[in-house]
Structure formats: structure tokens, C-alpha cells
Design a protein around this ligand. Structure first.
Ligand SMILES: *Cc1c(COP(=O)(O)O)cnc(C)c1O
Length: 362
């Protein structure tokens, strides 16, 4: 008998059951081709259509037009930490990085290998418990771009309002909240997201960019590390992560069928509220990590009075069919990742378990 758990892992993470079932039903014979997506040439018309539709559907969800592109490539969000400065941080320029997480810190390390970096905001001293509020970031002269980490997967913080940068390009790592809510997408020159958190399996990163921003950069860039190569070739310069792109395309269609990003935000906010409400009801026991104004709708992080209790919480939750609640190895504690695919019932079940656990161990 098949057993599916509520999977609270941070990534790779839960995918919509309907999408997995569709993949299953198509796996051996994709659209009458007599082969699976795993065996198919990326030059085949079927794959070209999958790639084009995934791009079009993501742009439609974000309300973007022809001046933007969606590129799919390998290397994960981590390769983007290098590609962004290699493409956009010119000699004599300064790149600004708002440091709100371990991942922003990693992005800074790569950018510093390329050029000059300043950090106009950092919550590192407070262990990354918040993101900057509007007006808190001052940009340097001759600023190449401001880089932000939109949702901080490990720490559980998220921007609800993005910084105003005027004419300075805004770049965001949205790996863990991409397509979870409507955003003013045109404010961004480039957004990148490892798809394995919120919109797909491991293996691909989605880059959403204004075409004019990525065109005409340094000729010295290696082809694979130049965004323009991927743009010119419609994400087909080399063999793309086809299986991951295929699933991202299905997730995008699933999101449209759910009512788009406005509906997803309502749902995600309702889900997160159920869990945060329990944290707020018993704050001495469930120690919410993120400052209230910075709380993430995607990753809810909290600690318990002792490490032994945290361990026990994760083990008992698992026995009840709720997996992946252990916090990231770098910060400990507990973390419930409640991405798009997590149903409301999963959050309700978690909240009920939290209350019951509190009553026994308070
Ligand atoms: C997971 C994650 C990354 C790293 O992604 P990889 O695909 O493993 O390279 C970077 N940034 C954020 C915000 C993440 O959540």
C-alpha cells in the first residue's frame, strides 16, 4: 500500500500529488512518443514545447511580458552566486549585498572574488533574525546592483516589501519563495531560484531576467557562464536538466489551475498563520526565531526549551506522518517548510501536534 507523509523538508521538498501522478502516467510513453522524458532528445519538438510552455507559464504567473525571459540551467542557486557578479559587476563598480542569511553570505564570498562588494545591511550579529525594513538600505556610488535573498530558507525570514533601488538593478535569490505570492516582478532586473524548494525537483535553476539587462555583457565571459548564451539559445545551448524543467512546467500549470499567485498567497498565509498562532500562544515553549515583521510564509523556524525536547518532537512527529521537521544543521532547532505544495491539512495536523506536545512537556 502507498504511504505519503506530510513532508516538511526544506528542499528537495514536497511536490503537488497531482503533478507526481501526471508524471507517473506519462513516464513510459510521453505524448505518444514511445519513450519517456528521461530518454528523449532535448532537440525533440516535444521537449522544445515543454521548455517554451514552462517559460510562458512562469511569465504569465508573474505578469511579465516579452521584455523578460525565463532561462533554465544547471548548477543550482549556488552557481548563480558566481554568475551574477561575473556578468554584472564591472571594473570600477561596487555591488551591494543585503546579508540576511547563510546563503547571502555565500553569495558575498563569490562576488568578492570578482570585484568590490559593500554590505549595506546585515543581520548576522543577530543570527539573521530579520530582513531590512523599507528605507534601511543606503546604496553606494556607482552601484552595479543590489542583491537580496528574498526568503531565508534556513532562518525563516522573508521580505514582504522589497527595497527601492531607483535606477540601480535589483537582483534576488528567490529559491525558496519563487511563485508563492504575487510580486512586483518588474522591479527586478534578475531573479534566480533553485527549483527544488518550491516549484520542482533538484537539478535546475530558473533565471527570470530582463533581456536588456543580460545582453551585451563582457565578451571575456565563458559561454556557459554568460546569461546571454542561454538567452540566445532558448536554454538549449547544452543539454538542459530536461526532467526538472518538465516538472517545473507541470507545477506552473498546476499553479495556474489553483487560481494563480493571488490564490497561492492567500493559502500560504492561512497555512503559516496556523503554525505561527501556536508559537505565539505559548512563546515560552515554542521560541519563534524570526522577528515578527520578518516572518517567512515558507519556512517556520522555532526552538523548544531543550535540545532533547526538539529531538523528541521531530521523532514523534515523524511517527505521526510528518517528516523533515529538524532544523538546518547550521542553526539547529525545528523548521517546518510549508511550500506551495503543502496542503492546509498538513499545517493543521502540525499545529495540533504542537499543542498536544506542549501540554505534555510544558
Ligand atoms: C537552497 C538555497 C540555495 C542553494 O541552492 P542550491 O540549488 O543547492 O545551490 C541558495 N539560496 C537559497 C535561498 C536557498 O534556499
Amino acid at each position: 500500500m502507498m504511504k505519503r507523509i506530510y513532508n516538511f523538508n526544506a528542499g528537495p521538498a514536497m511536490l503537488p500529488l497531482e503533478v507526481l501522478q501526471e508524471v507517473q502516467s506519462e513516464l513510459l510513453d510521453l505524448q505518444g512518443s514511445g519513450m519517456s522524458i528521461l530518454e528523449m532528445s532535448h532537440r525533440a519538438p516535444i521537449y522544445e514545447k515543454i521548455n517554451a510552455e514552462a517559460e510562458a507559464d512562469i511569465k504569465e504567473l508573474l505578469g511579465l511580458g516579452d521584455d523578460y525571459c525565463v532561462l533554465f540551467m544547471g548548477g543550482g542557486a549556488s552557481l548563480q552566486f558566481s554568475m551574477v557578479p561575473m556578468n554584472f559587476l564591472g571594473a570600477g563598480q561596487t555591488a551591494a549585498y543585503a546579508v540576511t542569511s547563510n546563503f547571502s553570505d555565500k553569495a558575498v564570498k563569490e562576488a568578492e572574488k570578482v570585484g568590490k562588494v559593500v554590505i549595506p545591511f546585515s543581520s548576522k550579529a543577530e543570527k539573521y533574525d530579520r530582513v531590512p525594513q523599507p528605507g534601511e538600505i543606503r546604496l553606494p556610488e556607482n552601484c552595479a546592483y543590489l542583491h537580496i535573498t528574498a526568503n531565508n530558507t534556513i532562518e525563516g525570514t522573508e521580505y514582504s516589501v522589497y527595497p527601492e533601488t531607483g535606477a540601480v538593478p535589483l537582483i534576488a535569490d528567490m529559491s525558496s519563495d519563487i511563485l508563492s505570492k504575487p510580486i512586483p516582478a518588474e522591479k527586478f532586473s534578475l531573479i534566480y531560484a533553485g527549483v527544488q524548494k518550491n516549484i520542482g525537483p533538484a537539478g535546475a535553476v530558473a533565471v527570470i531576467a530582463r533581456k536588456k539587462f543580460i545582453e551585451g555583457r563582457s565578451k571575456a565571459l565563458h559561454s556557459m557562464l554568460n546569461y546571454e548564451t542561454h538567452l540566445d539559445n532558448g536554454s538549449l545551448y547544452n543539454t538542459p536538466p530536461a526532467f526538472a524543467v518538465y516538472i517545473v512546467g507541470k507545477v506552473a500549470k498546476w499553479l495556474k489551475a489553483q487560481g494563480g499567485l493571488v490564490m497561492m498567497e492567500q493559502r500560504n498565509a492561512a497555512k503559516a498563520k496556523i503554525v505561527y498562532d501556536v508559537i505565539d500562544m505559548y512563546p515560552d515553549f515554542f521560541r519563534g526565531f524570526a522577528k515578527t515583521g520578518s516572518r517567512s510564509l515558507m519556512n517556520v523556524t522555532f526552538g523548544l526549551p531543550t535540545e532533547a525536547l526538539e529531538k523528541r518532537f521531530a521523532v514523534e512527529a515523524e511517527e505521526l506522518g510528518m517528516g523533515g521537521l529538524k532544523g538546518h544543521r547550521s542553526v539547529g532547532g525545528l523548521r517546518a517548510s510549508i511550500y506551495n505544495a503543502m496542503p492546509l491539512a498538513g499545517c493543521e495536523k502540525l499545529a495540533e501536534f504542537m499543542e498536544a506536545f506542549y501540554k505534555i512537556h510544558k
